[in-house]
Design a protein around this ligand. Sequence first.
Ligand code: ATP
Ligand code: MG
Length: 564
Amino acid sequence: MSNDTTSTPKNFIRQIIDEDLKAGKNSGLVATRFPPEPNGYLHIGHAKSICLNFGIAVDYAGTCNLRFDDTNPHKENLEFVESIQNDVRWLGFSWEDRLFYASNYFERLYDYAVELIQKGNAYVCDQSAEEMREYRGTLKEAGKDSPYRSRSVEENLDLFKRMRAGEFKDGEKVLRARIDMASPNMNMRDPTLYRIRHGVIHHQTGSEWCLYPMYDYTHPISDALEGITHSLCTLEFADHRPLYDWVLDNISIDCHPQQIEFSRLNLQYTVMSKRKLTQLVEEGHVEGWDDPRMPTIAGLRRRGFTPAAIRDFCDRIGVTKADNSIEMGVLENCIREDLDTSAPRAMAVLHPLKVVIENYPEQGEEWLDAPNHPKDEGMGNRKLPFCREVYIDREDFMEVAPNKHFKRLVAGGEVRLRNSYVIKCEEVIKRPDGEIVELRCSYDADTLGKNPEGRKVKGVIHWVSARHSVKAEVRLYDRLFIHPNPDGDKEVASFTEHLNPDSLRTLTHCYLEQSLGEVGEGSRYQFEREGYFCFDPKSSTAEGPVFNRVVTLRDSWAKIEQQG
Ligand code: ATP
Ligand code: MG
């Protein structure tokens, strides 16, 4: 148990659990659940809830169930069911044998509804959606009782049975709780418990049911049936808590979980609601749910994030009741710090410029030693092939240095090729239009691992051997939106107007060092001086590998924002 030894103060939910345990509540058990609706892929906001629920189970030697809240079959499907399981597992958590579906409980939920009717706590209502809205009243005004509110228990039981049997059309009747049409809490004004939905095939129950329970009715009962002790949800459910409690207080069930609300994660420069993410996918603004620019777990994985970095992020942002919006830089820093220690270094030239080393033998080749990590000898060394022709990055050469800070190669100047020799630029070859196409250089054979006699060469640039290199495509990702809160801007018709037109830059002619020719899924590297990159098996073809930029070496956005 880490709860005695952690240095960070415990979040308020853990404090509540500690007190419950001290008071001997729930027989000393801690049981949580993560309850996604399978109507989309999980996003980084869900990761916060996953880390919270599963993290508590781990730290308190309790349990955390995975439960699909599948009461709205219209928008749900098996692809989502599978992706969610995959993502929770990938984040490093296990529900063991406790995978549940709210639809597992449809029969029992039905029986509890019959009990509510028998006790006079629920009734069948024939009002149209519009009438119901009208009768509901407003925050300032009490609602009015539905004319069907006084139906007899017998009539209600009969109608409810016939609703299940399929005798009525969609929307013709609903089952409502009989609570209080004058309640200051709108959720308590006789909320709908069941609605009719014909013609949908539920991914678990097929066409067995045409009657579907509402979330607010299903959730407390599912929690209680599973023996959940602490039902953690986001703040917008605080107003639903009285209904959560009402349902459990009015049926014969001997478990009453405690609902506790926390604030949802909002992240700048992206959107988080599944409806908006679905829109991005369906309108083709991104390649799919796993597009590396998406804030989905699948997208972050494909981008090159590690589960550890996401867990670390969830740790750092904490759990409170205060609404907040986290800077993207916080998430980026987590993966940057992780990869700084865990990712081997490699060389990749993203904007190649050919360099011919004229005094190096035509067929010559040698294999130089290069450390895989500058600070971690345990990561070993690799062999780098060197030969007469190499590529360097176009940005590492200028005919004339623009200022005294330019320590790279200039015409007539010297520079060190990283882990290799010092070269000197003897001649610049240009096309008729002035574009530089090649450099002619010489190398100093006496400079391997040491400075040349009598002169210091300050600049070090990366390179790859032309003959041995691997041609690759590299995708440079940037934030998906140019507005910190694309969702919240009321001035535009759609949040999509804030999409960043430069969120993906594809470089099709890159050269990677030879050792990157055969890498597997999840291979991540620091391309020296360029950033952190991850192999993308899904995009790679027989023509060559594709690498995604996970994150830049430094937080360039912070600088831009500071400059204003
Ligand atoms: P969205 O609003 O993105 O569509 P949702 O709340 O409808 O999300 P669910 O599948 O119902 O999505 O969510 C499963 C669990 O994850 C719920 O307990 C929910 O409170 C939690 N959750 C969803 N979004 C966030 C978020 N941004 N931050 C923290 N927890 C979240
Ligand atoms: Mg939801």
